[in-house]
Design a protein around this ligand. Structure first.
Ligand SMILES: *Cc1c(COP(=O)(O)O)cnc(C)c1O
Length: 462
């Protein structure tokens, strides 16, 4: 399998290079040259998650990692999950399900991809005798999940920038209490956007980028999206019938993975794209126009996003894979804060497949409270946005008797303040994190200054 850039002018490359590159040189995102068919397997419903994962992802890897090695890497990655099913499907009502994606080491669905990505980096870099320095910005969940994914990689160092005092205590401690010598959390005196700008500036400094061998594991890395295709497939194989998925959405990586599963032939009727008050996608699906507003902080911070970076991969399809047209639209979006799609493109790719639904903080709390009253179950605020959207959409947007699966993207204990506010209950951290709040922290504070951050990164390189 070869990969092409959504902006049409970067070289075509194979799986290993896509893994290490993250972003394409022309500023685009890598996608496979064509969408493969789902590998059918025998007795899929009784196979282990890791075995099925290796099968489902195999067409994307081709000959670049041999099948036996790749299966072994999957087995190791998914052995870190507390639930042997990895992504259990839980029925919570008539035709209503939660797909629990938070049983990994850092309690957010990002573990599903990053446990695999970390091990793939280790494998490929060892084989090539190379090292990389991963730099990234995190508004909360990505930092901890990325650290945990690469904590045992001898050939990887990682620096994550986070906005000082703007991530939750649990999120911060998941980054600052790790003892691995290759992971470095840096509190930046600024906002998440400042952190992201610093990371972009480091990548744009070509000399620095090459001398430090910078690499990225943010959600535009193709391999993260690829790893997320798997749980859509296994959920449907467990359910044994067609379904709609409701997806709490930020950068559009998770819902895009579902759409790829559908392209590959998974029996998915459509997607409810769930947003909080930052509803750029809801407005887009309603009006065929994307208009950028300011970000508003909400109870579901991992979805507080202006422009969803992975949406570019869908725009590329809507443009019939015309890279030049996609590049122009994305550049114009930066300048004009607007992006529209043609009537034809909308009809062909969006209508009947995606609907957008929004859920503000009040509805989020009400949904958490309702679920607790109905079943005694605690859900996190991101999952609540997804469930509220699912309930708004059920029986309205898609065929009436198709079951609705909401992706549960975080463990309630990751957002205890919101859970307490909604239900009066304090969710318990799983055993392996029970002493998290009393562990020693190790973190560095730096000003919002490129030179200061670059010199720190250079010192971290082993
Ligand atoms: C990252 C995250 C999301 C958003 O996922 P995208 O792939 O960026 O759309 C939703 N919920 C939680 C808990 C997250 O950590």
């Amino acid at each position: 399998m070869q990969y092409i850039s959504t902006r049409g002018s970067a070289p075509t490359i194979g799986f290993q290079d896509v893994l290490l590159a993250g972003l394409a040189r022309d500023g685009g995102l890598y996608v496979p040259e064509q969408w493969p068919k789902l590998p059918s397997g025998a007795q899929t419903a009784t196979k282990s998650y890791a075995t099925r994962a290796a099968e489902v992802m195999s067409p994307f890897i081709g000959q670049e990692i041999d099948a036996q090695t790749f299966t072994a890497i999957c087995v190791e990655a998914y052995s870190t999950f507390r639930d042997p099913e990895v992504a259990p499907l839980v029925e919570i009502g008539e035709g209503e399900y939660l797909l629990e994606l938070f049983h990994g080491p850092t309690l957010a669905f990002k573990d599903v991809a990053l446990q695999l990505v970390g091990r793939l980096f280790d494998h490929v870099l060892k084989q090539r005798g190379e090292r990389v320095m991963i730099v990234g910005a995190t508004s909360g969940d990505t930092g901890g999940a990325a650290f945990d994914g690469v904590a045992n990689c001898g050939n990887v160092d990682i620096v994550m920038l986070y906005p000082n005092n703007r991530v939750s205590d649990v999120q911060r401690r998941q980054m600052t209490t790790l003892t691995s010598p290759n992971v470095h959390a840096v509190a930046i005196d600024g906002t998440f956007d400042d952190c992201q700008d610093l990371v972009k500036a480091m990548f744009n400094d070509q000399k620095f980028r090459d001398s430090q061998k910078l690499s990225a594991v943010n959600s535009i890395n193709w391999v993260r999206v690829m790893a997320q295709v798997v749980y859509y497939v296994t959920a449907l194989e467990k359910l044994g019938r067609r379904a709609v998925f409701s997806v709490p959405t930020g950068n559009f990586g998770n819902v895009l993975a579902g759409w790829i599963a559908r392209q590959m032939g998974a029996s998915i009727e459509g997607f409810v794209v769930a947003s909080n008050t930052n509803d750029i996608l809801t407005r887009f699906f309603e009006s065929k126009q994307m208009r950028v507003n300011e970000v508003v902080p909400t109870l579901s911070p991992s979805m507080d996003i202006q422009v969803s970076s992975n949406f570019e991969r869908l725009i590329f399809e809507i443009n019939d894979r015309d890279g030049a047209a996609t590049a122009k639209q994305l550049t114009d979006l930066r300048a004009t804060k607007k992006l529209g799609v043609s009537e034809r493109g909308y009809k062909k790719w969006i209508e009947g497949v995606f609907v957008g639904r929004r859920c503000d903080d009040e509805q989020t709390l009400a949904t958490m409270r309702k679920v607790f009253d109905e079943s005694g179950m605690l859900i996190d605020p991101h999952t609540a946005v997804g469930l509220s959207a699912a309930r708004q959409s059920a029986g309205v947007d898609f065929s009436k008797d198709v079951p609705m699966i909401t992706l549960a993207t975080a463990h309630p204990a990751k957002f205890p303040d919101a859970v307490r506010k909604a239900t009066g209950q304090t969710p318990k951290l799983p055993d392996h994190l029970a002493d998290l709040m009393s562990r020693a922290e190790r973190s560095v504070s730096l000003p919002n200054d490129l030179k200061a951050v670059q010199s720190f990164v250079a010192k971290c390189r082993r």
